[in-house]
Design a protein around this ligand. Structure first.
Ligand code: GCB
Length: 600
């Protein structure tokens, strides 16, 4: 590139940034997209692969066509590759296999204007940043790879053909969530559904219809209307229970909801959902909602007032059989059927909010859900802007899932480092915000801080004073050597009055591996992993206030930092199932343990 081009590039980057700050950012997405009037925009979208970031400078969001015989443009969406939306881009084109950079997507759609409606473009998730253009105009940007967002486009749509262009970039950022280092595949792309949503001019944006904390027969919630007609009659109808509750929204569009009912409460053995209709004078939305109470009583977790042991499993959002990002209902069914077969009543959806199919399917199958934010390990809590991103992601996650009875735990971070500047204050603040947004579920942070001597493990964490549940990742027998007889392990928690969940433990094994001695970790044998599980199940008896377990994890998953050329080949092999779904020996140990708990 010559000097002039360099200057042009700098100018274009500056203008691009300036334009983004002028146009602003996305809105938190409206709740319950499946219940809306949508035109689904999924399908094959033409793309421009842009590893050098030149698309900004060439302004590829402009639909330029040569106007005379001497004019030309050095880009086009026509005649190039197409990618499936939704889907990760890395597994769809050989040039994108290890891509951490920019891909531009284009979608053309027709529109017939109807002035009595509003229109939104809604993305289930784009990993990691998205800049969205409609008809050459920048609508704004969104950061964060696992939560939904939307732009209102009512005034930007034109009659006839509209052209949407999305710049997707999955580079890692030091101040991102997650940051630079994480142990899973960084799948980029438009990874979840895209919809054009039509609403009335004043529409029901959000609602919270769940049981009041610890109360079995009382709903305490609200409905929020967005639009000029803020003040409206609002009704919540549950036909099966003959509930027809009526209230009025205020000048901010907010209506408090409080009513009683005889609810048949949701639980893993009774995953009961009711049809719920939320309606105002201008809008109606239907949902399927369950009602349950999840509480901590003493050092026990209770579901609908009864102590419950969380028989969990960790899952990443990946479909191993395709070695690609999971995003369909069928993917959810496959993963959750395995979890169910293992005997689980809980899935920890690690380490970021998974797609909505997963959450809804789990709820229908009677599996409780642990939702988690990607505040993972290396987070730069003191970098300006990071706390604001945490806050936005929290609101996006809760807004999407707050009516899912299946969701019982909000997990706000995983293994962040206690010495990081501003870490404690940032995590305490987000815990409070979470409780303000939703006090009906349990809140946790996952830690792995433990020292040991004399077969005694010490667990200290200032944060636990603010949480409902202590979640501990141990890995004794793999990263941490056994310190003595598992059944004689001792524990010292600096917080002794709360329920404890072992949120990760396990070790690696390559399915069928029999290259070397089974008592040496370095051979990745199934027997070595099996032994870890056998000893862990002996050790669990020693953990005070133990209320749940989540082995790491259901199935082998891709992680490029796992570099052993024979045993790993870019896969984390801690699955109880192989990447082909074959059961390893440790699967049977865990299954037997969960089956035994049922008989106790
Ligand atoms: C952990 C992390 C998890 C890793 C796992 C492992 O502690 O929370 O994300 O992937 O260890 O396999 O080492």
């Amino acid at each position: 590139m010559n000097k002039q081009n360099n200057l042009l590039l700098a100018l274009a980057l500056f203008l691009g940034f300036f334009a983004l700050s002028l146009s602003g950012f996305s809105q938190t997405a409206m709740q319950n997209i499946a219940g809306r009037n949508c035109i689904n925009l999924n399908g094959q979208w033409p793309v421009i692969i842009d590893p050098t970031g030149t698309g900004n400078w060439r302004q590829v969001w402009k639909s330029n066509v040569p106007q005379n015989k001497t004019q030309f443009f050095e880009y086009s969406f026509d005649g190039g590759p197409k990618l499936n939306v939704p889907g990760d881009f890395n597994t769809q084109h050989p040039d994108l296999k290890f891509m951490e950079g920019t891909v531009w997507y284009q979608k053309k759609f027709n529109h017939l204007a109807n002035e009595s409606n509003r229109y939104f473009i809604h993305f289930g998730a784009v990993n990691y940043t998205a800049d969205v253009y409609l008809n050459e105009k920048l609508l704004g940007g969104h950061e964060g790879g696992f939560t939904p967002f939307q732009f209102e486009i009512t005034n930007d749509l034109i009659e006839g053909e509209n052209i949407l262009v999305v710049k997707v970039n999955n580079e890692r950022h030091g101040d991102g969530l997650p940051g630079y280092g994480y142990d899973w595949m960084n799948y980029g792309g438009i990874i979840r559904d895209v919809n054009l949503v039509q609403t009335p001019t004043s529409y029901i944006d959000d609602y919270f219809i769940q049981l009041k904390k610890s109360i079995k027969n009382e709903v305490e919630g609200w409905v929020k209307i967005n639009g000029q007609k803020a003040n409206q009659k609002v009704e919540v109808v549950i036909p099966e229970l003959k509930i027809n509750y009526s209230t009025q929204s205020n000048s901010d569009g907010f209506a408090k909801v409080e009513f009683k009912g005889k609810f048949d409460r949701w639980s893993p053995t009774n995953p009961k959902l009711y049809e719920v209709i939320v309606q105002s004078e201008t809008d109606t939305i239907r949902d399927e909602i369950g009602f349950r109470n999840i509480d901590v009583e003493g050092a026990k977790i209770t579901l609908n007032g009864e102590p419950i042991f969380l028989k969990g499993i960790n899952i990443h959002e990946e479909m191993p059989l395709r070695a690609a990002k999971a995003y369909t209902e069928t993917d959810a069914l496959v993963l959750l059927t395995w979890a169910k077969e293992l005997g689980c009543n809980l899935v920890r959806l690690a380490h970021y909010p998974h797609n909505e199919y997963m959450v809804k399917m789990a709820e229908k199958m009677g599996i409780m859900v642990w939702d988690e934010l990607p505040i993972y390990q290396h987070i730069q809590f003191s970098t300006p802007g990071v706390e604001e991103k945490m806050d936005l992601m929290l609101r996006e996650m809760i807004k999407r899932d707050r009516n899912r009875a299946g969701v019982v735990i909000w997990s706000l971070s995983n293994e962040t480092y206690q010495h990081t500047a501003n870490r404690d204050s940032a995590l305490v603040r987000i815990t409070k915000k979470c409780r303000d947004l939703d006090n009906t579920r349990l809140i946790t942070h996952v830690i792995n801080s433990q020292g040991y001597n004399n077969n005694t493990f010490n667990v200290w964490e200032h944060l636990y004073q603010h949480c409902d549940v202590i979640s501990l990742n141990e890995y004794i027998g793999w990263y941490v050597p056994w310190q003595g007889k598992p059944s004689e392990t001792k524990w010292k928690f600096d917080c002794t009055d709360k329920p404890v969940i072992i949120s990760e433990f396990g070790g690696e094994a390559l399915y069928g591996s029999n290259y070397g001695p089974s008592d040496e970790a370095a051979w990745w044998t199934e027997e070595f992993q099996e032994q870890i599980y056998i000893k862990q199940t002996e050790m669990f008896e020693t953990v005070p206030n133990l209320c749940g377990l989540c082995p790491w994890l259901l199935v082998d998953y891709r992680s490029l930092g796992r570099m052993h050329p024979v045993f790993q080949q870019g896969w984390n092999r801690k699955g109880l199932l192989s990447d082909k779904g074959q059961k390893k020996k440790a699967w049977y140990v865990m299954k037997k343990y969960y089956d035994r708990l049922d008989k106790k």
